[in-house]
Design a protein around this ligand. Structure first.
Ligand SMILES: Cc1cc2nc3c(=O)[nH]c(=O)nc-3n(C[C@H](O)[C@H](O)[C@H](O)COP(=O)(O)OP(=O)(O)OC[C@H]3O[C@@H](n4cnc5c(N)ncnc54)[C@H](O)[C@@H]3O)c2cc1C
Length: 452
């Protein structure tokens, strides 16, 4: 398989995008394989019901502008979905040609069209005047970007409030560079900016500004919360506060900052030649393990308390991790992290693990926890009247779609639906954007304000 790993370990080059895109000829040849089924199962398999056969048909004729127009109808983030959607479960998994194990590579085709369109600057959208109302969007992950893009296209004035210094959410700080280069996310954000959306970065809602102030001081008609699940879950085991133990999210974020030249390599919490363990077996754990290898770990072992068949990660992610040299310990649970004093710090040196063959104690330099995440409560705790469920996820209504228990405040994406996928956050956000438009149109008609 393709790999950037061998000679580049520990350097930026090791993070370069793993899978190459299509050339024009390859893309058109692949597009011509589409059977243009009467009842296209690929569309049924796509959470946002992309008009897949239609844009593939345009591509097969070389009409990339036409294909892009069709993509834009359903998605604000095609270059991203083309790279990170679980296509094997969605469009490609449903493709009739998959029955023979060779589906049309819908994801790669979507990526080709979006990349080509951006690189050539092909499509220029005609913008509507922003006359329908003013909407604040909190968070610029896939949910926030989708709401912002859809509402801006529909004539709303949209401002996105983002706590980080750059928009993108998990797309930028979570999903590693070798699967989704930061430049691709930046490019998609720029396209949303070009629709007339304003971004206010370094703006933590619940600290500098509150939802109430957005209504009363800034005169927004509606607020959308798409703040994701920023709080990593912890494991209560002895030694979890040792130097050398960190959250996967923190490690991935530091690597992303290094890849963007924002921090030096020395600030990435992993030294070349270290032994690494990752606890968990979801996609975040796979990303952490594979990134650790790229950053120069001598060995990476993924430890999971259940069986291989119970692993939540995509099969393709697991196979790639295995190919790259990640080792796996199934049905194994970490009992204790053991430290020793090194240069005045209590540093991790070993871990004690219960395995099916009995207890083992193995040397370890780093442990990253990838055992899930949940919503932070900063926004909810500083806003009156937003109900959450027992796990902290925001409760929303069916009509108008996505409104919370506070009038005029909407929510969507992972902060409502638990950690899922980019396209599922987008699907919900698209429905919420419709709910927000209906709500704002209604209050304008009635001549009332959200906070009255
Ligand atoms: C490491 C990792 C890898 C993943 N890989 C994939 C993949 O390959 N394919 C896939 O489909 N899905 C993947 N996912 C899941 C996917 O990224 C998420 O489901 C998706 O990003 C959720 O979108 P969201 O917009 O709801 O939240 P997020 O993307 O989390 O965005 C939330 C945004 O809100 C901002 N924010 C939070 N609080 C505040 C505040 N108080 N004020 C202002 N801003 C705030 C955050 O900074 C962030 O920008 C992955 C997730 C992780 C963590």
């Amino acid at each position: 398989m393709e790999t950037n790993l061998d000679s580049n370990k520990g350097t930026l080059a090791a993070l370069a995008e793993l899978h190459a895109g299509y050339t024009m000829k390859e893309a058109i040849d692949e597009a011509k394989r589409c059977l243009n089924c009467k009842n296209p199962l690929c569309v049924q398999g796509c959470p946002i019901e992309h008009k897949i056969p239609e844009w593939i048909h345009q591509l097969s004729k070389g009409n990339i502008g036409g294909a892009m127009e069709l993509l834009n109808e359903k998605s604000n983030l095609p270059a991203i979905c083309g790279r990170v959607c679980p296509h094997e479960k969605q469009c490609e998994g449903h493709c009739i040609l998959n029955k023979k194990g060779n589906p049309v590579r819908v994801g790669k085709l979507e990526r080709f069209i979006a990349d080509f369109d951006s690189e050539m600057g092909l499509s220029k959208e005609r913008l509507k005047a922003k006359t329908r109302g003013k909407v604040a969007v909190i968070g610029s992950g896939p949910a926030g970007l989708t709401v912002a893009g859809d509402l801006a296209r529909d004539g709303f004035n949209v401002t996105v409030f983002e706590s980080q210094k750059e928009p993108g959410g998990v797309l930028l700080y979570g999903i590693p560079e070798y699967r989704l280069p930061n430049e691709i996310t930046r490019r998609e954000v720029k396209k949303i900016e070009a629709l007339g959306v304003t971004f206010r970065n370094n703006c933590v809602v619940g600290e500098g500004i509150t939802v109430d102030a957005m209504f009363s001081e800034e005169d927004f008609d509606a607020v959308f919360i798409g703040s994701g699940t920023a709080l990593p879950q912890t494991l209560s085991i002895k030694g979890d506060n040792l130097y050398g133990v960190a959250q996967s999210a923190y490690f991935l974020r530091m690597v992303s900052l290094f890849a963007s030249d924002d921090i030096p390599r020395t600030e990435v919490p992993l030294k070349i030649g270290e032994k690494v363990a990752v606890i968990g077996a979801g996609n975040v754990a796979m990303d952490t393990a594979r990134t650790a290898l790229r950053m120069g770990a001598e060995s990476v072992t993924l430890i999971y308390r259940r069986k291989e068949e119970d692993m939540p990660a995509l099969r393709s992610e697991f196979l790639e991790a295995q190919n790259e040299g990640v080792q796996f310990m199934w049905e194994s649970s970490t009992q204790e992290l053991i430290g020793e004093e090194v240069n005045g710090k209590q540093k991790l040196v070993r871990m004690r693990i219960e395995t099916p063959a009995g207890e083992v104690t193995i040397p370890m330099d780093r442990v990253y926890l990838a055992v899930g995440s949940k919503p932070a409560n900063r926004i909810v705790s500083t806003t009156l009247g937003i109900e959450v469920n027992e796990k902290g996820y925001i409760t929303t209504s069916e009509y108008p779609y996505g409104m919370t228990t506070r009038r005029g405040v909407f929510a969507g994406g992972d902060v409502v639906h638990t950690p899922q996928t980019v396209v599922l956050a987008m699907r919900e956000a698209k429905k919420v954007a419709v709910g927000i438009a209906q709500y704002v149109d209604a209050i304008k008609l009635l001549g009332v304000k959200s906070y009255e």
